[in-house]
Design a protein around this ligand. Structure first.
Ligand code: GDP
Length: 295
């Protein structure tokens, strides 16, 4: 494993402190350490550059140079800046008037179907909402059945499957059922592809126009690092996402992808997937990712 950023930074400053005074070039060495650590944590280069510039501005300030614990001081500045970029605002879902539609988008294998069921379960059990799940995935064999099974395990209703129906017809039927049967929230699980293609984006845009979602959530696998960042940028350009769900944060992802995705889309990370079980979905806490990058 990498030596932690905190250890490296305190190390740099402790070495320097023994010489008596800190200079601007000492700070530059610390910035180099931060830069390397962020790149190793999957943060995209332009984001790293912006970030280091901000930290440097604060670090060359007198408070650090004069501090008896400059290393810890810089660690705190880095932590605070990480939290600021990741967004300190609430990651609550904004659900409009019932039936509020949540559109789930993402590449195949990102965890979209599992996350749809986890979210449905969470809204049902924590907020007592009446939730309907519907799968628009007519591409992957058994995708609709998979959601049906997960819905049952989550004790949430799912739209009955009618074989041969296309994504738009299923959307119409789901909206109709949700309105008629008084659902609070309708979660639409869409088809994914192994990589982004025009057909996928066009179908998604058509579903979005029809369903007018209150939230369009991109589900992205944190372990895919830079690829997840590119995916986020493209999905945001093409369909306009309102938030991100980062899955597989139970793995050893360093979490830097979260920083980059937030930066390139301007949209918040709202939820984090932390396992395969249906209760493994948590609200996003910027401080936890900041600590993960620093530790
Ligand atoms: P989809 O193709 O995007 O719908 O992906 P799935 O929902 O079918 O998920 C693919 C695999 O990832 C399944 O085996 C899930 O159990 C697993 N998975 C989803 N989210 C998480 C997570 O947060 N952590 C872990 N460890 N596995 C996850």
């Amino acid at each position: 494993m990498f030596e932690s950023l905190t250890t490296r930074l305190t190390g740099v400053f402790d070495r320097l402190k023994r010489r008596g005074a800190l200079s601007e070039s000492d700070v530059a060495e610390a910035m180099r350490e931060i830069r390397i650590a962020l790149l190793e944590a999957d943060v995209a280069l332009p984001v790293v550059k912006d970030f280091v510039a901000k930290v440097r501005e604060r670090a060359v300030g007198q408070e650090v140079i004069k501090s008896i614990t400059p290393g810890q001081m810089v660690v705190k500045i880095v932590h605070d800046e990480l939290v600021a970029i990741l967004g300190s605002e609430s990651s609550e879902l904004r659900l409009g008037s019932p039936p509020a539609v949540v559109l789930m988008a993402g590449l195949q294998g990102s965890g979209k179907t599992t996350t749809s069921a986890k979210l449905a379960r969470r809204l049902r059990s924590r907020e007592r909402r009446k939730v309907l799940l519907a799968s628009l995935d007519t591409q992957r064999p058994a995708a609709q059945t998979q959601l049906e099974v997960l819905a049952r395990q989550s004790e949430v209703a799912s739209l009955p499957i009618i074989p041969g129906q296309g994504a738009l017809d299923i959307t119409r039927r789901a909206l109709d059922t949700a309105r008629r049967e008084g659902y609070d929230v309708l979660i639409l699980d869409t088809a994914g592809r192994l990589s982004i293609d025009d057909a996928l984006m066009e179908e998604l845009a058509a579903v979005r126009d029809l369903a007018r979602p209150s939230e369009t959530l991109l589900v992205a696998d944190a372990l895919t690092g830079q690829d997840a960042v590119n995916t986020a940028r493209i999905f945001h350009e093409r369909i306009g996402i309102t938030g991100i769900v980062l899955t597989r944060m139970d793995g050893d992802a360093r979490g830097g992808a979260a920083l980059s995705m937030r930066h390139v889309t301007g949209q918040p990370i709202k939820l984090v997937g932390t396992g395969e079980k249906l209760d493994a979905l948590e609200p996003f806490h910027p401080e936890r990712i900041a600590s993960r990058i620093l530790d």
